[in-house]
Design a protein around this ligand. Structure first.
Ligand code: PGA
Ligand code: ZN
Length: 429
């Protein structure tokens, strides 16, 4: 009943209007699962390879017809009859069929499309939500959303250096109240920006992308919006940053162009330290560039007991790379992006590794998204405690939050919002 009857891939568009791959898996009993794969803009150098055609006459070279063809020919032939209920076996087979080590032959986008669509077909076959299928009877929790309200860096066309300023409503008691708080703060922020004569156009992740005088002005304006919406900063709602520092590094220094500053790693860590004293910041992602191991070590030593330090571009959701990072003692949390590694099983392995090492985990979208909401179910099923899915507007982001509302409703009395406890390993907050 759970053997794969057919695979079918097609080229669709993502939220930036670039092509991406969507895969349908059909089982012999007719159950179907579908997955569409997102795409990043500030990618880590060691991510699994997203296969693009490079044919400049189509979509500026960004077409994914080769990846589509790999699914429809090689993978469809090799996997016909394979038991989709054996996710680990299926993913191992995908890795072997690719054979490259970094998924560059068939494409991580092709492989992940099959991997996730297979899991979805199994959930359909069992007649349960994907989250329930993945949880397999284990305890689940609804993650705290980290919502991007001001965007900069490579995700926006403004002068703000830091890629993401997020609000984290960890102090609320349920997901739906947390989402409501996020929406109310988002709209309060919009009217504040208007009041200051600033644009409320949005970046790729739906956060506002105004030109600001400094990064501190972003922090101050968000705090003002939290208060204006009737919430208490540091009690109901905290702040989070994704510095995406790899994008700031130029000839050995971190360039905050908006403020005309060029900082060493030590100076940037000091700046974070000042901000921690001044603002209720709960999480800093990619505070150092991916290859700046020394900077990461220093930052973890200096700030790691007081703030969540999330590794994204350095760990790239890769179990082996992450394991080395844990051994180095860098960061205390990891960002989980399934398309950085390319199969569901490896994604799950990295999440389990984080839990075993006492690292927090944040399941994350990419800045080029689709209507696919798999990451919402994944975050619930794996009890990771946190999800980063963009802003409080535009359906490619809201879709993930709406899915969490549905799951919370389905869980009823059993619904447990991860809340503040997910950050409890941090001593000073
Ligand atoms: P990306 O960025 O999806 O553009 O790579 C998101 C992030 O850095 O977290
Ligand atoms: Zn990031």
């Amino acid at each position: 009943m759970t053997q794969i009857r057919s695979l079918h891939a097609r080229e669709v568009l993502d939220s930036r209007g670039h092509p991406t791959i969507e895969v349908d898996v059909t089982l012999v009993d007719g159950s179907q699962g579908r997955a569409a794969i997102p795409s990043g803009a500030s990618t880590g150098s060691r991510e699994a390879v997203e296969l693009r055609d490079g044919d400049k006459t189509r979509y500026g070279g960004k077409g994914v017809l080769k990846a589509v063809d790999n699914v429809n020919t090689i993978l469809a032939a090799a996997l016909r009859g394979f038991d989709a209920g054996d996710q680990a076996g299926l993913d191992q087979r995908l890795i072997e069929l690719d054979g490259s080590g970094n998924k560059s032959n068939l494409g991580a986008n092709a492989l992940l499309g099959v991997s996730l669509a297979a899991a979805r077909s199994m959930a359909e076959q069992r007649g349960v939500g994907l989250w329930a299928y993945l949880a397999a009877g284990e305890e689940v929790s609804i993650p705290v959303p980290m919502m991007n309200v001001i965007s900069g860096g490579v995700h926006a066309n403004n002068n703000v250096d830091i890629q993401e300023f997020m609000i984290i409503p960890a102090g609320l008691t349920s997901f739906h109240e947390a989402l409501r708080a996020g929406s109310e703060v988002f709209h309060a922020l919009k009217s504040l920006l208007h009041g200051h004569g600033l644009a409320s156009l949005v970046g790729d992740e739906g956060g506002f992308a105004p030109d600001l005088r400094s990064n501190v002005e972003a922090l101050e304006t968000i705090l003002e919006a939290i208060l204006k919406a009737g919430y208490c900063p540091g009690e109901d709602i905290w702040l989070g940053l994704d510095v995406a520092a790899s994008e700031l590094l130029e000839t050995g220094k971190y360039q905050l162009a908006g403020e005309g500053k060029r900082l060493t790693a030590e100076q940037l860590i000091e700046l974070f330290d000042d901000w921690l004293a001044e603002y209720p910041i709960l999480s800093i992602e990619d505070g150092m560039a991916e290859d700046d191991l020394d900077g990461w070590r220093q930052m973890t030593m200096k700030l790691g007991s007081r703030v969540q330090l999330v590794g994204d571009n350095n760990f790239v959701t890769h179990p082996d790379i992450f394991e080395a990072g844990i051994a180095e003692g860098i960061a205390n949390a990891i960002l989980i992006k399934p398309n950085q590694i390319g199969t569901l099983s490896e994604t799950l392995a990295t999440i389990r590794m984080a839990a075993a090492a006492g690292y927090a985990a944040v399941v994350s979208h990419r800045s080029g998204e689709t209507e696919d909401t798999t990451i919402a179910d994944l975050a619930v099923a794996m009890k990771v405690g946190q999800i980063k899915a963009g802003s409080l507007c535009r359906s490619e982001h809201i879709g993930k939050y709406n899915q969490l509302l549905r799951i919370e409703e389905a869980l009823g009395d059993q619904a447990r919002y991860a809340g503040r406890s997910t950050f409890q390993q941090l001593s000073a907050h």
